[in-house]
Ligand binder design. Sequence first.
Ligand SMILES: [Zn+2]
Length: 435
Amino acid sequence: MVLYSPGRTSSYPTDPVDSGIRIHFLGGGDEVGNVGCVLEDKTGTRILIDYGLAPTRPPRYPSECPPIDHAIITHSHIDHIGMAPWLVGHHGTRLHGTTLTAAVSEMMWRDTYKVSSIEGYPLPWDMRDLDAALGAWETHDIGEWFEIGAWRLRFHLAGHIPGAAMIEIETPELRLLWGGDMDTRQNPNVAGAKPVKCDILCIESTYGGREHPNRLEEEARLVARVKEVVSRGGLALIPAFASGRCQDILRILHTAVPHLEVHFDGMGTRVTKHWMNNPEHIHQPEGLEKVWRWARKVRSKSDRKKALNADVIVTTSGMLDGGPAIWYLNRLRHDSANAILLTGYQAEGSGGRSLLDNGRLPIFGNITPVDLEVSQFQLSNHAGHSELRSFIRACEPRHVVFFHGDTEAREAISAEFTQQPTPSLPLNGTSLNLK
Ligand SMILES: [Zn+2]
């Protein structure tokens, strides 16, 4: 566990910036998730972008943030917001984000707090910090300029998930675009990100060097598996992340197989309500409303038992690390007509990864063999290699900073840019100064 001792452990330099902009990664530089990055220029204007935690066991945190008055929160995934309550509790930081990000963050923080107590990894923040964070939001509409110190800033749609934003920053010397987690492709619930002309582009590299399969073909493959499972008398259990993937899966199924009985359980149901309250962030929001009315929401223990007779159950957790998915799996594992359709990346050490590699996973603490069909689908909401390359070219930056990626991914995408723009591959705990 990382111990935070305010004011003493930060890797942030103490010398002033003489020109350009200093970009200092506290976390998320040479790794996926766990993001925290300080930006500062010679006017003394200083902001933090994101402050997450990586939900590994034990969790990983970015290094300590220096005193900071303003943080931009790009979206509500825990690897970007998990440590924001610490920031507010210790530095009184204001949090800037979209209304939807602010709404969903509360749920994510409360869930993280609950999980940390269950798993025995105490968080560096407590419920008082969480309460303070709820009162620290300043929300902004997409495209609306606002000011922090000597800078003007505005959000742009990032694709990825509803509410996710890129941030454009105009300093007296230059224009910087921070892409956050982003995707330029249309997905079922959000439109893709559009390029923004800038001098410096900071961009994620999760899928550097890797191409996604065609999105529509992958969706069709999922639908075909669901049909096959149902036609043999089975039930398809679809574990999916609460914020993004669950809702994508439901929209795909509603379009392709509206006659099936699909039950929806877990935290994703509450996230969806926030989405519907913020329709300006949703692609064709009336479509989501229809999906919401169509899917059978599980609200009680008896609903959960009834769901065992459905055709499909869409629920959390997306990596089979707990949540209703495990309860269902424990009941469904005895009938070989059933299937588990995994809809995303399964991290090392997760239940889903163990199921794929070894055919067994922990169910209520016991390692349990599961002899069912297990399929996996690539429905990522991050830009793949070609999308990143095209987006970068269209932004026409002088410098491109690749973060949020492992070494191989960052080197692969940076190899596309040898002269203009000049690429940087920052490491955590180090500063770049770009002009
Ligand atoms: Zn994300």
